[in-house]
Design a protein around this ligand. Structure first.
Ligand code: BG6
Length: 496
């Protein structure tokens, strides 16, 4: 079923967003819900309830969201009718978490009779309650507990958790335990929006719906893998959160490790239908097979950086990293000895997310050197911008006069190959929450395995108390990141 099909038969939902006036809600969640509205997929009785500390009434919230839609929805998607329909579903509730009366108001709103006679596409009686927690993970447990105390959680309810969940393994376990007191694992949707990106899902399809890559997808043929997520934005505007998290917790522990999993995982037995765990089981095996990075290996195989204007932007000096590069290994039969180089950073030269799978050189150089050199084959998966793939090959330069070798590429651009626009990751994920499909969400054991690998790196950084290396905004990050590869005779591909 296409994402743009109106026949998804979504149930009526009471979609409550804690953090309803925040950056994520206004920039991603409401525009994502708007697209579903535009496709006429939302059930007529679905309501969207923004919860925040701001003293806004429904009308004020509707104005705020209207402005956000005009700012964040592509112009050619703005349709007055759809905006109007979405806006009419909105409510706002100013809630001070410590004030029981405010919780009573939420209770009253969610227990209100819904006017439409049939509220559910799934046959249950009331709307499906979805609680999207776009707030710090320290609040997840207390919010879930309150919702339960108020009798707002039933077997159909779902909770959506934004990453990072906790700040280390112990705190993530504590958060998951607290949420688990109220919601069963099948009701918990832990968002990693990278899993909602079309190009990331296409990586699964390219690997497993085709035969040609799988035989060469291992340590015999692959020299190394590079995963780069570079951003031009800085931390301004969300400095409070970011300065506590840093690039390791904000990006590596989740997005980059999830991408690594999709590159390295074994074929799942089945994808789709009710087999929600097949992919997640395979990703978990990869996370558990990551070679631990501890002690001296952390000093050798990781680079922490900070852009020079960071302190100024967030308003105080800080030792939080805004850039990480590291060398990881997956210790299993398929990948033994293959380096996986990961890097991510803010205020870099380009906004770009790519995976490069670099293959080995042919075993025998049969063309004379004077004719040019072979460049290793390489598969580039471009997640953004211009989603697509390139297979880099060595080709013959046209014309007589011997065989001259020249690098060339087979190019797949999604924009050219498909008429449909690639939906934003959140559009897809919000739909899956409403449909109750958890495949593209992180399971508790995945999150904890990712923390178990990440935590010793952070601890070693703290122990060694080495300041992050500085890099200038608009560059490719610290020189040490280049050295990490250079010492093994390699270079970063793409520009970062
Ligand atoms: C978020 C991080 O999860 O991902 C942000 O918290 C980051 O710091 C963002 O900017 C990047 O997402 P995308 O989709 O723009 O690459």
């Amino acid at each position: 079923m296409s994402l743009s099909s109106p026949d998804l038969d979504l149930p009526a939902c009471d979609f409550t967003v804690f953090g309803g006036t925040g950056d994520l809600a206004l920039r991603k969640l409401l525009p994502g819900l708007y697209e579903r509205e535009r496709q006429r997929q939302l059930h007529p009785a679905t309501r969207i309830i923004g919860v925040s500390r701001h003293a806004l009434d429904d009308a004020g919230y509707r104005d705020l969201v209207t402005t956000a839609l005009f700012d964040h929805v592509p112009e050619d998607h703005l349709e007055a009718g759809a905006v109007h329909r979405l806006i009419n579903r909105l409510h706002h509730l100013a809630l001070d978490a410590h004030d029981p009366e405010d919780w009573d108001l939420l209770h009253g709103l969610l227990k209100e009779e819904v006017s439409t006679s049939s509220t559910s596409g799934t046959g249950s009686t009331g709307p499906t309650r979805i609680f999207y927690l776009a707030v710090g993970s320290d609040l997840f447990g207390p919010i879930c507990q309150r919702l339960d105390d108020l009798g707002l959680v039933d077997a159909e309810s779902r909770v959506v958790l934004e990453k990072p969940i906790g700040a280390d393994l112990a705190s993530s376990r504590a958060v998951n335990d607290a949420v688990g007191q109220v919601f069963e694992e099948r009701q918990v949707f832990r968002i990693d929006h990278y899993l909602g990106k079309e190009s990331v899902q296409n990586l699964l399809v390219t690997r497993f719906a085709n035969i040609f890559l799988e035989p060469i997808w291992d340590s015999r043929w692959v020299d190394h893998v590079q995963i780069t997520v570079s951003e031009t934005l800085g931390a301004a505007g969300r400095g409070d959160y970011y300065d506590r998290a840093g690039a390791m917790r904000d990006m590596v522990q989740n997005h980059l490790l999830q991408l690594l999993c999709l590159v390295a995982m074994e074929p799942p037995t089945y994808v789709g239908g009710d087999a929600h765990d097949a992919v997640r089981d395979e990703k978990l095996k990869v996370l558990r097979a990551l070679k631990p990075l501890t002690g001296a290996a952390v000093d050798r195989d990781t680079v922490r950086g900070q852009y020079t204007t960071y302190g100024e932007e967030i308003g105080h000096p800080s030792t939080t990293e805004t850039f990480v590069a590291l060398r990881a290994e997956v210790q299993n039969w398929r990948w033994a000895g293959v380096p996986f180089y990961l890097r991510t950073g803010k205020r870099l030269a380009r906004k770009e997310s790519t995976i490069e799978v670099v293959f080995k050189e042919p075993p025998h150089a049969m063309f004379p050197h004077s004719e040019g050199v072979t460049t290793p084959n390489r598969l580039t998966v471009r997640m953004q911008p211009d989603e697509g793939m390139q297979l880099h090959v060595t080709a013959k330069h046209p014309g007589p006069g011997g065989i001259r070798l020249h690098p060339a590429s087979l190019d797949l651009s999604y924009a050219d190959a498909f008429d449909e626009r690639s939906p934003d990751a959140y559009e897809r994920l919000l739909l899956d929450v409403m449909r109750g499909i958890p495949t593209l969400f992180m399971r508790r054991d995945e999150v904890e395995a990712a923390w178990a690998w990440t935590e010793p790196v952070i601890e070693q950084w703290q122990r060694s108390a080495v300041e992050p290396v500085r890099y200038h905004p608009g560059t490719t990050g610290p020189a040490a990141a280049a050295t990490l590869l250079a010492r093994e005779g390699r270079t970063w591909l793409g520009e970062a």
